[in-house]
Design a protein around this ligand. Sequence first.
Ligand SMILES: C[S@@+](CC[C@H](N)C(=O)[O-])C[C@H]1O[C@@H](n2cnc3c(N)ncnc32)[C@H](O)[C@@H]1O
Length: 271
Amino acid sequence: MVKINDLNLKNWKEYKDLWTDSLWIIPEREKSHGHIGDYHGNFVPQIPNQLMSRFTRKGDVVLDAFLGSGTTLIECKQLDRNGIGIELLENIASLAKKRIGQESLFNDKEIFLEVLVADSTKKEAKEEAVDILKTHNKQSVQLIILHPPYHDIIKFSKRREDLSNAKSVEDFLRLFGDVVSNFLELLENERHLAVVIGDKYTNSEWVPLGFLVMQETLKRANGDLKLKSILVKNMVNNRAKRNLENLWHYRALVGGFYIFKHEYILLFQKK
Ligand SMILES: C[S@@+](CC[C@H](N)C(=O)[O-])C[C@H]1O[C@@H](n2cnc3c(N)ncnc32)[C@H](O)[C@@H]1O
């Protein structure tokens, strides 16, 4: 069996800060280590931090195919993991690079953090990632984190390749599936793939993007992945939304629906 973390389980009582419940209530986002959290659609650093702490070792490689503002790579730096981040939008990739670079406390660490500007659905993105691995004498990655757009809930750009512009849920799932197919072969056996995703409403109907993405991931893996956990995480509103809470409460009562307060972290393991 491959050792997939640096935990010494003889001292298991010391790991109280590692969460083992499927319900993740995170009261507020971690703000230290250069995390700013102003990118619309970012995730809280605690997500990559928990995943890396349990499912990677120092010196392992973490790949994030929807890098956004760089949260995953900042956590890589913090935890001594190597990181490859892929982001479609050049300006957002530059922002991520700047933020990763600003975290100067850890300048002398012997890890690599690489940001690629590419379309993660395309073979070229994988080839670039392979080139980076080769440069560092590595052949595989030990954790994949995918935090795609939740279809069209937030429009990240006008680009056709942007998953938030997929014409339909089916198109979104196909493109997401292409990303899974693209990078899964880079994942070492027994290592993990995590998908962070929320559901959406369209025309007063709940669209279970989380479950659809879970099915698509398993379908694309063709038997190579097993589902390890479905984690449910609370969603905390920003100030603008908090001010509208009464209005939403009223709308929900009138419309007979429930307001989204959770998203999923789907955890898979390669067989
Ligand atoms: C939900 S955000 C990720 C946020 C990130 N976890 C963070 O903390 O900043 C999704 C990102 O995927 C990017 N994206 C959309 N389509 C893409 C594609 N085809 N290839 C690569 N990135 C893509 C968007 O530009 C956006 O920055």
